[in-house]
Design a protein around this ligand. Structure first.
Ligand code: FAD
Length: 415
């Protein structure tokens, strides 16, 4: 409690003067394409740095899908610095996972565990939270709102990287000093930045993710499931070519699950409905607790997972248009870092552009942004792929060695 009081008072001061109060000497007109978590964070950070920000969002309304999201310390640290610690605690303290527990898919036996909780806070200076995506979205919106001129139903069709300007589907054109493409995995801005010949398409990886929120009341009535709610933790079931992650959100009233299995040729969509039967069939032979969880699922969303190879550049040659978040480094959700990387990108942009004193510095600052961010985001893309290999091992020698190593680490952690 003492620590959290200290953190609260610190962050209030810091948020009041982000970048130690440094405001840009030259005020830029910034156009941000996309109002996902990355676009919102960009609006906040560039607004705080003293710029005028217009955000174009193709949807008619704002918000996120009904699902959970992990807020690892690298992300929670930023949110706390931005003054969101009190609301973050309010929304997710009860759900805060004490451990990351790895279990065998068919027995439910724990083979490995990482300590989160207080240890994570001590080691990384900020907690590991889990939260409902919409709550995270609302938090960022609350701090970004004062800074952004938001245009809804504003689908960007074309970007002219030299003026620079964006043209909407409606035909309207807006020009500014700097354009940030935060328009997600199917980014329109990416095509312009990378160049026509080299358009890297998002590639299906061969996995599909099902997502659901299970009401926890029936779980609490079941002696085998109760513990998952009463002792909140991240549980990762590892099975052949499949894995699943579960944790509580919204004050332990809902249990969020993501289940990944080989794709059966579904089409890409972020919001498509799947069928619980597909989960039943795809995870036959999994342990009894898992089967019970499946039987409690009210519905599932189904998303084909896509990857995109690291781009050659995130910045257009004319130096006025840059990409951010999933638009330039989409990654598998197997390390829970996609949104965190988008929001880190925004923090770096804000810091750099709080230093600008003349428009001629834009290309240099964008280069610095890419230099600071590229290796880190790329390593998360690669790391997420590595987790796929680790989680999805077929039963056999390699998997047994993995589990022995996990157990050894577990014993060390418990000692
Ligand atoms: P998006 O959220 O895709 O936002 C892009 C926005 O741009 C959208 O609002 C879209 O409508 C708009 N747009 C698109 N085109 C246009 C256009 N032409 N004109 C105007 N607007 C446009 N990350 C984590 O950090 N932790 C996790 O635990 C985690 N779990 C995940 C679980 C799953 C199953 C998946 C699939 C992903 C997960 N991620 C996680 C990753 C995370 O969701 C994404 O990386 C993050 O949402 C990307 O944010 P973004 O703002 O870059 O893009």
């Amino acid at each position: 409690a003492h620590m959290s009081i200290k953190a609260t008072s610190q962050s209030t001061t810091e948020s009041a003067c982000l970048y130690h109060g440094r405001k840009a000497k030259e005020r830029l007109q910034v156009l941000v394409v996309g109002c996902g978590l990355g676009g919102l964070a960009t609006a906040y950070c560039l607004g705080q740095a003293g710029h005028d920000v217009t955000v174009f969002e193709s949807s008619a309304s704002l918000g996120e899908i009904g699902a959970g999201i992990q807020v690892c310390p690298n992300l929670s640290r930023l949110l706390i610095r931005w003054g969101l610690d009190r609301i973050l605690q309010e929304k997710s303290e009860l759900d805060k996972p004490s451990t990351f527990s790895y279990v065998r898919y068919n027995t439910g036996q724990q083979v490995g565990m990482a300590m989160l909780g207080e240890k994570m806070t001590r080691d990384h200076g900020a907690p590991w939270y889990v939260i409902h995506r919409n709550d995270l979205y609302e938090m960022l919106l609350s701090i970004a709102k004062p800074f952004m001129n938001l245009k809804l139903r504003a689908k960007v069709k074309h970007v002219d990287p030299t003026i620079p300007s964006v043209t909407l589907e409606s035909g309207e054109t807006f020009s500014g000093d700097l354009i940030i493409g935060a328009d997600g995995i199917h980014s329109v801005i990416r095509e312009t930045v990378v160049g026509d010949k080299d358009i890297p398409l998002a590639i299906p990886l061969g996995d599909v993710a099902f997502r659901t929120l299970i009401p926890t009341q029936p779980m609490l009535r079941d002696p085998e499931l109760r513990d998952l709610v009463e002792n909140p933790r991240l549980t990762c079931w590892m099975g052949p070519s499949r894995h699943a992650i579960g944790y509580c959100v919204r004050g332990r009233t809902e249990y969020n699950m993501v289940m990944v299995k080989p794709d059966d040729g579904s089409t890409y969509s972020w919001t498509a409905k799947g069928d619980v039967k597909e989960v039943e069939e795809g995870f036959q032979g999994w342990e009894p607790r898992f089967q019970k969880l499946v039987s409690l699922m009210p519905s599932v969303l189904k998303s084909k997972l896509l990857i995109c190879l690291p781009l050659k550049t995130w910045i257009h040659g004319a130096g006025r248009v840059a990409l951010l978040g999933d638009a330039c480094h989409p990654m598998l959700p197997y390390r829970a870092q996609g949104a965190a990387m988008a929001i880190e990108d925004a923090a770096v942009l804000g810091n750099l552009f709080s230093r600008i004193s003349h428009k001629s510095q834009i290309p240099t600052l964008l280069k610095a942004y890419q230099t600071i961010r590229f290796d880190r985001a790329t390593s998360m893309q690669t790391g997420s792929m590595e987790n796929r290999t680790l989680y999805h091992m077929l039963d056999g020698q390699e998997q047994e060695t993995r589990d022995v190593n996990f157990r050894a680490a577990l014993e060390q952690a418990v000692q």
